[in-house]
Design a protein around this ligand. Structure first.
Ligand code: SAH
Ligand code: DHB
Ligand code: MG
Length: 224
């Protein structure tokens, strides 16, 4: 078993089962051309997020970390007619590319990209008593994950699903000698999640065409 196999199986299922709309590939092309980093979620995770939104009947989705709008587009694909999505992005160039990418789709009017530090946007959303979200996808600055989670809980209701990307990092998460800021950030996030009675959680590791990584799924506990 090796990377080539993971990649080939990813491609096999992508072509046979997932069959992404060609516009998703276009988003990646435009993002590359604009010089954005190629750190988007893989198509399999994108399709998974769409299914979660659909399966839950989520109408209100929050994303933290837009980049070129790739994950945004997958999430928005699952929204019903009266659904909407807010995506937070600090880099105006990224937000601009994302807006152009999202404009290829009919769901463009359901999506608003908010430019600014996510922590500021989250604070403002809490202070203005914004209605709770049904699903929240955390994927911005890794050493802020703990704070993103705290704000996300404030913007949740019992049953809200929260997903945090990139919590395995090729297994570096368990390397005790790691000095990587992202690894240390995810560990802080993990520590606070482990002490958080309001959340039920699991972690899924992923392999495929992209690197070995994983994500955390959390549900705000109805019993809390
Ligand atoms: N979700 C995207 C990838 C996001 S990459 C996808 O899978 O397609 C992380 C993004 O978070 C980058 O665009 C980066 O500019 C943004 N970011 C970094 N720090 C941030 C902050 N403090 N507030 C908001 N966004 C931030
Ligand atoms: C990387 C991947 C991501 O999904 C992300 O959000 C940030 C960084 C990476 O591969 O470095
Ligand atoms: Mg990510």
């Amino acid at each position: 078993m090796n990377k080539e196999t993971w990649k080939a199986v990813d491609e096999y299922y992508q072509e046979l089962i997932i069959k992404p709309d060609p516009r998703f590939e276009k988003i990646l092309e435009v993002s590359n051309k604009e010089g954005l980093p190629t750190i988007q979620i893989p198509p399999s995770l994108g399709a998974f997020l769409e299914l979660l939104v659909r399966g839950m009947g989520a109408k209100r989705v929050l994303e933290i970390g837009t980049l070129g709008g790739y994950s945004t587009a997958w999430l928005a694909s699952g929204l019903p007619e009266d659904g909407n999505l807010i995506s937070l992005e600090i880099d105006p160039k990224h937000a601009d590319v994302a807006q152009r990418n999202i404009s290829m789709f009919k769901f463009v009017d359901k999506v608003s990209i908010k430019v600014g530090d996510a922590l500021e946007s989250l604070r403002e959303m809490v202070e203005t008593n914004m209605d709770p979200f049904d699903l929240i996808f955390i994927d911005a600055e890794k050493n802020q994950y703990r704070a993103y989670l705290e704000w996300s809980i404030k913007l949740s209701r019992p049953g809200t699903l929260i997903i945090a990307d990139n919590v395995v990092r090729r297994g570096e998460i368990i390397n005790k000698n790691s000095t990587d800021a992202s690894v240390l950030g995810i560990r802080e996030f993990n520590q606070s999640l482990s002490e958080e009675p309001r959340l039920k959680a699991t972690v899924l590791q992923t392999v495929g065409a992209k690197r070995y990584d994983g994500f955390t799924m959390m549900v705000v506990d109805p019993e809390s």
